[in-house]
Design a binder for this molecule. Structure first.
Ligand SMILES: [Zn+2]
Length: 302
């Protein structure tokens, strides 16, 4: 797929989100900075992409660990401006590790400073194009997407991927309207008529209608069966943790689930299995799905 000149996507994996570079003579903007453990790799990729020039501006779609983990390191290296969605500012100001889903999910990010906040409706000049910030509540209620009307390109963050969208965290914390909120955001995306979507994870795609159809089907199935979403969330979180740790002794998994508050909270609210049965379920189901395998006594990402 051909992107307009000046728009580049550094496609990463699941632990780190994609980094989107918007070039403009003298002032390049980066959207999202990846996971903290990957910060050296992100800096190197950025150095290569910028071929010696300095980054001017770092913008975030939302403040989850895999999108802000490189913020501190990039700001140090490039002395760039950093802008975050306005709804995230109180969490970042207080560095609220629970609300940022860091400590409670056994995830990490280096604390960073920002220079400005972005509110929905605001227009940002990035890479020689105007991008409108659009509220994208659901996966993260403070998340923003960035919409280039001239090119009909959407930077969607975790609100829409080619195949799905990010875990609906507010639902896990008891917001019963959260699935409806996701649906509303998907409808907002559908109304844009995007030609190309640059997602937070996975490759850029131009099959927006098909992706939306899959996303609507998925959110409806979660709404019909919230336990399904809870199981999905637990699996996503565990695979994410394994990608960082690389391996975890299987026998320590029940203890790990007990120590990491979000697993227990999801289990108590939706599944009521207890840590031993939950560990057994997760190992079995993730192996069956081909997402993890057992090497010796350890669980490793496949
Ligand atoms: Zn996210």
């Amino acid at each position: 797929m051909k992107l307009p000149q000046g728009i580049r996507v550094l496609e990463r994996g699941w632990l780190s989100c994609n980094n989107i570079l918007l070039d403009e003579a003298g002032s390049t903007t980066l959207v999202d900075s990846g996971y903290g453990a990957h910060a050296p790799q992100t800096l190197a990729l950025l150095d290569q992409a910028l071929s010696g020039t300095r980054l001017g501006h770092l913008v975030n779609t939302h403040c989850h660990s895999d999108h802000i983990g490189g913020n501190a390191a990039i700001r140090r290296r490039h002395a760039c401006r950093v802008s975050i969605p306005e709804g995230e500012a109180p969490l970042i100001d207080a560095w609220d590790e629970a609300a940022l889903i860091l400590s409670i999910a056994d995830q990490r990010a280096e604390r960073f400073d920002y220079d400005a906040t972005i509110s929905p409706g605001e227009i940002l000049r990035m890479g020689g194009f105007d991008w409108q910030a659009i509220a994208a509540p659901g996966h993260d209620n403070h998340a923003l997407m960035y919409w280039c009307a001239d090119e009909r390109i959407l930077i969607s963050g975790d609100a829409l991927w080619e195949n799905g969208f990010g875990v609906v965290f507010p639902h896990l914390f008891g917001d019963e309207r959260a699935f409806v909120t996701v649906r509303t955001t998907l409808e907002r995306i559908a109304a844009l008529g995007a030609r190309i979507v640059l997602p937070g994870h996975g490759r850029p795609f131009d099959t927006t209608e098909a992706a939306l159809e899959r996303a609507f089907t998925r959110i409806d199935s979660f709404a019909a069966d919230p336990e399904r979403h809870a199981r999905h969330a637990l699996k996503v979180m565990l695979v994410f943790a394994l990608l960082e740790k690389r391996s975890l002794p299987v026998e320590t998994l029940p203890g790990y689930l007990e120590q990491t508050p979000l697993y227990g909270e999801i289990d108590r609210r939706f599944l009521r299995k207890g840590s031993a049965a939950l560990a057994e379920y997760l190992v079995h189901d993730l192996q069956r799905a081909g997402a993890v395998r057992i090497e010796g006594c350890c669980l490793v990402p496949a």
